[in-house]
Design a binder for this molecule. Structure first.
Ligand code: ATP
Ligand code: MG
Length: 423
């Protein structure tokens, strides 16, 4: 029987995994700069959590969740996104009582959605995200957006576009909602089944429909910005001026509505504008969710956050034909010939590693030439050669792979010499 990786998932092999580690290191560093602390929540949650927060008219809930009944007859769901679990934890652990507000958190881990597989769309993917909960200062909206942009820039991306919109507060959304229902109702029969059920439950979702996006009524639909009340407009203007102060360029897209129910006020996406990127261009999505904590039984705790997948970040790097320069390489490769030399070589290897030198040797009993090839492949800076003569004389041949020079060094002095050369 042949086993294969499940559809929509992938193995991250060593040729790629080091890049993931670089991205993760960048994320951690930037979060530390901005004082966001890591939170790790379970991979699965009670299904009800996502029904209540993500919303039962969204694609995620209607089509994409991995839901199962556990042996105790409880409905569980592999997390499709990170915000609901984080806010659940915020409420459950009473983080609203922490002396330091807002609570600034980040996470990174696998998410699961039953999607049609294509480039940049997987059934298991890794999202990095941040959440700042407890403040409705528009400056923190700008901070969160800036953090996301910083990750991409630090990773080396330059073909980026930040798109911004405001969904307004509850009052603005109600006014807009009524206008949407009036707009779509007379022709709702021409729309897909999902849109028909969205009309009453959540007409805003119609604008996010991937089936009917080209229907003429979409372009002429009542536009959100026209329904923002005064406080919502003021808030949106403030977010924009904080972004301008931070030197962050953006475009406003009045049709940007995010795929989850819980957003209000600020909504944003970061796209790749690289020609090589293909159909999917959104790298990151985020927004403000002021009612979410209350929705799951917590106190009033306004929040904002974003999520980005590492898969799409790496695809964008490929599209821009960029990569990280510092691919991990070896300091020293130890070449040995003969049993006694192999023992000495292994001792040297372990000594070097103890002193923080990245080192490896041959474990396949190969010929000298094949061992030198390995040293080359691993881009070793130095090679130590130990054969019978070297064992007898208590020396090591030290070859510098950079300039090709070779010298003989006493075995007792070799570790010191190597460290000196690597400095
Ligand atoms: P899309 O419109 O691409 O379906 P979305 O609105 O479902 O995106 P969000 O739920 O906001 O996306 O997730 C935020 C980010 O997570 C996306 O911008 C993207 O980088 C990433 N993402 C979402 N779904 C997937 C997936 N199936 N595979 C890989 N990355 C994903
Ligand atoms: Mg999606």
């Amino acid at each position: 029987m042949n086993f294969k990786v499940p559809r929509g998932t992938q193995d991250i092999l060593p040729a790629q995994s080091w890049k993931w580690q670089r991205v993760e290191a960048i994320m951690r560093d930037i979060c530390e700069l901005y004082r966001y602390k890591e939170i790790r929540t379970p991979i699965f949650e009670q299904t009800e959590l996502f029904l209540r927060t993500v919303g039962d008219t969204t694609d995620i809930v209607q089509k994409e969740m991995y839901t199962f009944t556990d042996r105790g007859d409880r409905s569980m769901t592999l997390r499709p996104e990170g915000t609901a679990p984080v806010v659940r934890s915020f409420v459950e652990n009473k983080m609203f009582g922490y002396a330091d507000q807002p609570v600034k958190l980040y996470y990174s881990g696998p998410m699961f959605r039953y999607e049609r597989q294509q480039a940049g769309r997987y059934r298991q993917f890794v999202q990095f995200g941040v959440e700042a909960i407890g403040s409705d200062d528009p400056a923190i909206d700008a901070e969160v957006i800036s953090l996301a942009m910083e990750v991409y820039k630090r990773a080396g991306l330059s073909d980026l576009k930040l798109v911004l919109n405001s969904l307004g507060d509850a009052e603005s959304r109600t006014a807009h909602r009524e206008a949407l229902v009036a707009h779509f109702r007379p022709h709702i029969g021409e729309f897909c089944k999902d849109c028909q059920s969205r009309l009453e439950k959540n007409p805003l979702r119609i604008l996010d429909c991937k089936v009917d996006r080209d229907h003429p009524l979409m372009a002429s639909a009542p536009s959100l910005p026209d329904y923002l009340n005064v406080p919502s407009k003021l808030y949106f203007n403030q977010v924009q001026s904080f972004l301008e102060d931070a030197g962050i360029e953006y475009e406003i897209d009045p049709n940007l509505v995010r795929g989850l129910d819980y957003y209000n006020h600020t909504a944003f996406e970061i796209m790749s504008t690289s020609k090589g990127f293909g159909a999917i261009t959104t790298l990151c999505g985020g927004g403000r969710y002021n009612g979410l904590s209350e929705e799951i039984g917590g106190p009033n705790a306004p929040g904002i956050g974003f999520a980005m997948s590492i898969e799409r970040l790496l695809l964008a790097l490929d599209a821009e034909e960029k990569s990280f320069e510092d691919e991990p390489s070896l300091d020293v490769y130890v070449v040995t010939l003969g049993e006694e030399a192999h023992r000495k070589g292994f001792q040297l290897l372990q000594q070097l590693r103890k002193e923080g030198v990245k080192a490896d040797m041959d474990f396949m009993d190969r010929k000298m030439k094949a061992q030198m090839k390995s040293a080359d492949r691993h881009e070793a800076k130095l090679v130590c050669i130990i054969a019978e003569d070297e064992v007898a004389q208590g020396v090591v041949q030290l070859k510098n792979m950079g300039d090709g020079t070779q010298e003989q060094v006493a075995a007792t002095a070799i570790a010191g010499k190597i460290k000196e050369l690597l400095k």
